[in-house]
Design a protein around this ligand. Sequence first.
Ligand SMILES: Cc1cc2nc3c(=O)[nH]c(=O)nc-3n(C[C@H](O)[C@H](O)[C@H](O)COP(=O)(O)O)c2cc1C
Length: 389
Amino acid sequence: MAIRKLVKDIHSVGVIDWDRHLFDELIPLPGGTSYNAYFIEGKEINVLIDTVEEHYGEKLLDNLAELNVERIDYVISNHSEQDHSGAIPAVLDSYPEATVLTTKKGKDMLEKLLHLDDDRVEVVADGDTLSLGDRTLRFIETPWVHWPETMSTYLVEDEILFSCDFFGSHFATSDLFVEDKDEVYKAAKRYYAQIMMPFRKIITKNLDKVEELELDMIAPSHGPVYQEPDFIFDAYRDWVDGPVKPEVVVPYISMHGSTGELVDYFVDSLMEKGIKVTPFNLRDVELGQLAMALVDAAVVVVGSPTVLTAAHPNVSYAVSLANALNPKVEYASIIGSEGWGGKMVDDIVGSLGKLDLELFDPVISKGKGLEDDFAEVDRLVAEIEKAIG
Ligand SMILES: Cc1cc2nc3c(=O)[nH]c(=O)nc-3n(C[C@H](O)[C@H](O)[C@H](O)COP(=O)(O)O)c2cc1C
């Protein structure tokens, strides 16, 4: 059982998934995760805020039974994604009086994804309120964190924001509240990098909207609850809107060592200049680390040999991921090697098309790098130093 009390009559009743290490069959979760659901016992109305993955539905129902919950009037669905909505059908079966409240888009999505009956789902609009008798919930549309239908639910009297994925962290912990700030900061940054960063422009607007609220706590749907909302607000402001940092990220791979030699020289040269640089060998890197580094970096330099006229497949994958994640990065270049020719550079530049980048001339050797190639790396280092040093 993972029932934990936030404040009087409000309990966290979700499930901690200690063993989950991959999300969407794509995103590594080294610290596991949790699917947080919150039960509020009002004087007149009881609500459940979000649920859990479908296969954890029984655990959620057990938690509710353990709390002696006999009636749920409303299930509030802040986000239709299955890790939060998957157990809604099981809850509706067990609590036949319950109605789901969600946004207009949320209703449409829940009906499509979970085949919920139309008459079990009601729509709430931005600013609508629901009185629980002694407490009031206000629904706040916060779209695109990280799907189009998302909202947050604000408990007015207790000043708690139930933000679902917004401000979340994939972090399995028995701590209900943030205890180890460093750990949570890293987990929340990883979560932001992988899930939220593609939407950072609209996240700015959502931050403005929820920052106007009086807040005592933020209770997300993954990871621990924030008792110091400014801790995560400040982090989000920095990640979303803050200036890029003078850091260089170098995702690279090398089959026969030629690109590797140039990249090593490049990394050492930047270090000699006192510029922070992080190489990521794409042979076996955990891509979440790369995503996190891209949150702050001003420069990305991609290293690749030419393979079958294009970039190495691992590079193509990492570069298209970086492009989709939409980091703030401002400058880019390529270091690579080829045997006879191809379109590796065009391939990489094309894959970064979404980003608003200034490109420094690439450095491409024929086979193993020669003196001239290393001189070209010096030129690239000087350009980077001039831009960010
Ligand atoms: C499977 C394979 C495919 C390759 N295809 C190309 C190619 O299309 N065009 C080219 O110029 N070189 C091609 N090469 C040669 C490499 O790009 C070249 O050896 C380069 O120097 C390797 O860089 P590295 O030492 O960093 O792996 C290919 C090499 C391999 C192993």
